[in-house]
Design a protein around this ligand. Structure first.
Ligand code: NPW
Ligand code: K
Length: 461
């Protein structure tokens, strides 16, 4: 996993104060990192349009123009006059060299967006919106310096933002790059070192970006084993039985030794999934909430209060009875609408889905502060998994999963790992990665996936 930071100003400051690196040195590395990327990936003489704002993000771009000068066909477009000291200095240096300026943007081979970085502190004005929209129309290869311009330092996109193919971000990864709203603008993300190696620049954090290698699949190491070794999951079917059955099938495919669906009515289940009317004696994990519909409160309360690790989903996020499980080993997997309801019944916030989406990290942190034992998995384009003060972001989510039934598969995967004795946090992380990586491996197209395809892909991981 990689470290995430809510802000990097304090890390820059540490470079000045502790390592005696000046702002000029840091900026030279920022520009040189971008220059190296272009040199490694594009032939000499390609046209490069660098669009600069008035602050230090613009200054990075002007410094890049100087570094590329003579090897590439560089044009500098200044959207506003250099204002920061570094922007003025970089401009003086570039001018002394004879770097070409242009008054109009055009479709160059490469466009570098150096309009706004971490200093975007107000809504974009009309001229900036028009400029960004024009750049977005071009077919050029688009690179954002530090952050796609228009994405602010909470990850919010107001009117528009630059659609980058690649974001070369300075020093370290920022948390706000991984909001759902920013996802479409980033392209690939690479970190550029600022005069010291990244691990030196970075300090301790409680926020992390998950990588593919962080998945821990339930491979069986023990040769002397039987089905009971790998747990017995009980899935509560509820009124809308399909949801529970999808979860049960997913859980079985992900390694749980025994899976039973708990239902008072008789069900048509595949032969390898069992049916029970009540909780089984040897149950090692419970999945409840998906398709639950109407239920017997006393029965559900008793289940929520027991000590068996559980995953709770869907309908239970609309009933304050769910709070009874919050001191136990539990994973909650709400989508945004369900999380909004959860925040309300927990007296944390009364907000709309849009308000949540604009500030996902903030509300996740608020929830986890109140209920530090709970593992919360907030679904979204970038899944947030959190417990206490620790936050893990899974950025592999894709539109392939935007389908009914995907959530039930995820619930089944989490439940499967809980049944196999993973901690709630490890179960949530590995199940979420398996869910998104399996979807990414589905190659037919990005619209036709059904839950059984997803389970099939999970089985091939
Ligand atoms: N510190 C370091 O060591 C290093 C920093 N580095 C680089 O510095 C970047 C941060 O630079 P920064 O702080 O100068 O902010 P930046 O993003 O250029 O924007 C500020 C300018 O934009 C203006 N402005 C803001 N909003 C606006 C709006 N809506 N519409 C119009 N104007 C608006 C704002 O105006 P003002 O608020 O003054 O009115 C100000 O003039 C960072 O992202 C990284 O690339 C790297 O080189 C590594 C070393
Ligand atoms: K930018």
């Amino acid at each position: 996993m990689q470290k995430l930071f809510d802000e990097v100003n304090s890390l820059d400051k540490r470079c000045y104060e502790e390592f005696s690196l000046s702002e000029d040195i840091l900026m030279e590395h920022a520009a040189n990192g971008m220059c190296e990327y272009i040199q490694d990936n594009f032939e000499d003489k390609k046209s490069v349009l660098i669009v600069c704002g008035s602050g230090n993000n613009g200054a990075d771009g002007i410094a890049l123009a100087r570094l590329l000068y003579s090897k590439y066909n560089v044009s500098l477009y200044l959207a506003s006059k250099p204002k920061s000291d570094m922007a003025k200095l970089q401009y003086k240096r570039a001018k002394a060299l004879g770097v070409k300026e242009t008054n109009e943007v055009f479709e160059a081979d490469i466009i570098v967006d150096s309009l706004f970085g971490t200093g975007l502190n107000k809504e974009l004005k009309d001229d900036a919106i028009k400029l960004i929209d024009t750049l977005n129309e071009f077919e050029s290869f688009k690179i954002s310096c530090d952050i796609p311009s228009g994405v602010n330092n909470t990850g919010h996109v107001s009117t528009t933002a630059f659609y980058a193919d690649l974001t070369l971000t300075m020093g370290a990864l920022k948390t706000f790059l991984y909001t759902d709203n920013a996802k479409d603008y980033l392209g690939k993300v690479k970190v550029i070192n600022l005069g010291v190696q990244r691990d030196v620049y970075e300090v301790n954090t409680t926020k992390f970006l998950l990588q593919k290698k962080d998945i821990r699949l339930p491979h069986r190491k023990q040769k002397n084993s039987h089905k009971g070794t790998y747990g017995h999951l009980n899935v509560f079917a509820g009124c809308k039985k399909g949801a529970g059955i999808i979860a049960a099938k997913a859980a079985f495919g992900f390694g749980t030794g025994l899976v039973s669906v708990v239902c008072h009515e008789s069900l048509d289940l595949p032969y390898h999934i069992m049916q029970t009317h009540f909780l089984t004696k040897n149950c090692t994990a419970i999945a409840i909430g998906m398709g639950l519909g109407k239920y017997e409160t006393a029965e559900v309360r008793e289940i929520l209060r027991n000590d068996i690790p559980k995953i709770i989903d869907a309908d239970l996020f609309y009933d304050e009875i769910v709070i009874e499980s919050f001191e136990k080993d539990v994973v909650l997997t709400p989508h945004p609408k369900e999380f909004v309801s959860l925040l309300k019944i927990c007296n944390i916030a009364d907000i709309t889905i849009d308000e949540l989406q604009a500030d996902r990290f903030f509300y996740v942190e608020k929830f986890c502060k109140k209920y530090p034992k709970v593992v919360l998995l907030l679904k979204g384009a970038n899944v947030i998994i959190a417990q206490d003060e620790y936050i893990y972001v899974n950025r592999y989510g894709s539109a392939v999963l935007s389908k009914g039934g995907s959530g039930d598969v995820l619930a089944g995967l989490v439940a499967s790992l809980l049944a196999q004795n993973y901690t709630p946090l490890d179960a949530a992380i590995s199940a979420s990665l398996a869910h998104t990586l399996a979807a990414a491996n589905y190659k037919k197209n990005n619209y036709s996936l059904i839950p059984s395809d997803l389970v099939e892909e999970v089985r091939k991981l």
